[in-house]
Design a protein around this ligand. Structure first.
Ligand code: ADP
Ligand code: MG
Length: 317
């Protein structure tokens, strides 16, 4: 923990609240917004992805009745697919469209902070959903605290480049990785480790398990799935970035105090005891037994005070 010099945050749910609100439903076909919403809900009805939660919230508000799709499958880091009314539906990331050489609608990215997902039927684009998530209040301060202590703060997210860039800029991050697939998160960490970095990383999803295992310190946060929790070194029940900052700094500060205290304690033994024993008496330097006793208690007192300071420093984080 004390050696950690690089922290990689996940974005959704940690630096942001992860509570997506559906801000726009845009048909690019002759389907109505409501049709699109029903189709999307048929795929997302059992998904725990924050995007799914955002879509389902809207469905509940509008009181739409939905029927669940069949053969639902997660496309890790890219979206979800299933069969509905005999047709294959997909809800996918912009990256998925690019990979399949599909054109992205011009107006899809008018707002940088929106996360956009696309609805396909039999591989044809029917429309898209724009959702927005908010930065958590504590994020800015947490990033600043860590940077002040010379810890490099990075972010890795499956979300698109634009959203990631906007978040990174607002928070003053040292860098970010966008549109990363789960196995790529692991590679990013491995690369940093090869550059002799000590990496801590936060994650919540099943997806994040390999990366959490790869990091020197893996921190499973929030409602983290069981898989993430099992591979992690540390589990935090909330995903407050301030607590994560404290956790990392707790390690570094505690270690520093332990070393300081050892030096104080050893200092007494190394210097005062030989003096008291008369090693330098030839040159007229001695410690009377009385002074020796005072120094001895003093070293204990200093160690105790120093330990108290630790408590104070941690409280101030
Ligand atoms: P992260 O946890 O870093 O945000 P994920 O790997 O969970 O990334 O998702 C990456 C991207 O894949 C999302 O931004 C979204 O575009 C798409 N995606 C994944 N799962 C779903 C889902 N259930 N519904 C819609 N889009 C999804
Ligand atoms: Mg995730």
């Amino acid at each position: 923990m004390r050696k950690v010099d690089t922290l990689i945050f996940d974005k959704t749910g940690t630096l942001t609240t992860g509570e997506f609100g559906l801000s726009r439903i845009v048909p690019t076909s002759d389907h109505s917004e409501e049709d699109l919403l029903k189709m999307a809900a048929s795929l997302e009805s059992r998904s725990e992805h924050p995007i799914a939660t955002g879509i389902l919230k809207k469905v509940r508000e509008k009181d739409l009745s939905i029927s669940e799709a069949k053969n639902i499958e997660n496309l890790t880091g890219k979206g979800i697919t299933g069969k509905w009314n005999g047709k294959t539906l997909h809800i996918v990331s912009p990256g998925y469209l690019k990979e399949n050489d599909m054109e992205l609608p011009d107006d899809a990215f008018q707002d940088k902070s929106e996360t956009v997902v696309f609805l396909l039927e039999e591989g044809r684009l029917l429309g898209y959903f724009a959702l927005s998530d908010q930065l958590r209040e504590e994020s800015l301060e947490a990033v600043k605290t860590l940077k002040d202590k010379d810890i490099e703060v990075l972010m890795a997210t499956g979300d698109n480049e634009r959203v990631a860039g906007a978040v990174a800029k607002k928070l003053g991050l040292d860098g970010y990785f966008a549109e990363v697939l789960p196995e790529e998160k692991q590679e990013i960490i491995r690369d940093l480790q090869q550059k002799k970095k000590w990496v801590a990383m936060t994650g919540d999803g099943v997806n994040d398990a390999p990366a959490l295992a790869q990091a020197q310190i893996g921190i499973a946060v929030g409602s983290g799935t069981d898989v993430a929790a099992e591979t992690a070194d540390i589990i935090l029940v909330n995903s407050n970035p301030k607590d994560i900052a404290k956790l990392i700094l707790f390690g570094t500060i505690t270690h520093r105090k332990i070393i300081q205290n050892l030096i104080w304690a050893a200092g007494y033994n190394v210097i005062a005891i030989p003096l008291a024993a008369g090693v330098l008496s030839r040159w007229g330097v001695t410690i009377s037994p009385a002074l020796g006793a005072v120094l001895m208690s003093l070293s204990t007192v200093i160690v105790a005070i120093n330990a108290q300071w630790l408590k104070k420093q941690l409280a101030e984080l």
